[in-house]
Design a protein around this ligand. Structure first.
Ligand SMILES: C[S@@+](CC[C@H](N)C(=O)[O-])C[C@H]1O[C@@H](n2cnc3c(N)ncnc32)[C@H](O)[C@@H]1O
Length: 275
């Protein structure tokens, strides 16, 4: 079995925190839960045999489901799309097609292939939707981007189908509230903004508000009372710290980038644990 990497470029992907997160896991647990799975960097690093993953972004969840059910079909569709040079005309034409499919709630294998294709060819690998739910990232102006990592896609599909992994598409609270004593939940929500301008929540049309952060903290408390192991990462801000005063907090150093573009945005984050 090859090492599995994250599914795609995704804002907030945890690739750079994997060793730190692993060192802070509980020694043993029952089921693994990831309510904000995004690109899956953490679950594919841990590879639990029994787990539940979730994201509110339906198009992203569709990619995981298609990969689990029929990876060959998705990979072939993607290779077909990628067999032509991607210039601006082609990128925006396929972006329009993708948005029409989202509007029609048409989550099929072609929609999944288009998402992966557009992610590869969009600026900075930033999957971003507007309030209407339309994907609006610009073309990355690269006529010759990196080749597709089809082996990784196959490995993700095999991992998801060979193990007992349930894939959900709902709000985090409803999803994670199902965890039972002894289960482990890793929360990696959209972050509390560090500044008024550094506030990326455009993963879904709903965004992620301060009320959502408060709901998350209340859920963390409920799960703690239920003896569920919980770990959470977020920005190191006064707001975040005030939401988790009763828990163990580690400050960790992270260099952040998206799509390998920038290393300038270097900062600290926190990891909160109830064990
Ligand atoms: C910081 S990213 C997670 C990144 C992930 N750990 C990774 O390695 O790629 C936050 C994720 O939360 C999802 N999300 C936003 N609001 C949500 C909600 N209310 N319930 C569940 N997922 C949500 C977004 O679609 C996004 O994928």
């Amino acid at each position: 079995m090859i090492d599995i990497k994250k599914l795609l470029k995704w804002f907030g992907s945890k690739t750079k925190l994997l060793n730190t997160l692993t060192s802070k896991m509980p020694d043993a647990y029952n089921a693994f839960y990831e309510p904000f799975v995004g690109s899956g960097a953490f679950i594919f690093n841990q590879m639990p045999r029994y787990g539940y993953i979730n994201d509110l972004n339906t198009a992203l969840v569709n990619v995981y489901r298609q990969l689990k059910d029929d990876p060959e079909n998705l990979i072939n569709k993607l290779l077909d799309l990628d067999s032509f040079v991607c210039d601006g005309d082609r990128y925006y034409k396929l972006r329009r097609k993708y948005n029409q499919k989202l509007k029609a709630n048409n989550y099929d294998v072609e929609t999944a292939a288009l998402l992966l294709y557009l992610n590869k060819h969009c600026f900075s690998g930033l999957y971003r939707v507007n309030k209407k739910g339309e994907f609006n990232a610009a073309w990355n102006h690269r006529i010759k981007p990196d080749p597709l990592d089809t082996e990784n896609l196959k490995a993700i599909g095999k991992y998801l189908s060979d193990n007992d992994i349930t894939i959900a598409n709902e709000d985090f609270e409803r999803f994670a509230d199902k965890a039972k004593p002894g289960d482990f939940v890793y929360f990696d929500s959209p972050y509390v903004p560090e500044t008024k301008t550094a506030n990326f929540v455009g993963y879904t049309s709903a965004g992620f508000s301060l009320e959502d952060q408060e709901r998350l903290a209340e859920l963390f408390q409920r799960l703690t009372e239920r003896k569920v192991f919980c770990m959470l990462s977020n920005s190191d801000t006064d707001i975040t710290r005030s939401l988790y005063t009763n828990y163990r907090i580690d400050k960790v150093y992270v260099s952040r980038n998206i799509g390998g573009i920038s290393n300038k945005n270097i900062g600290y984050e926190i990891i909160v644990r109830n064990y």
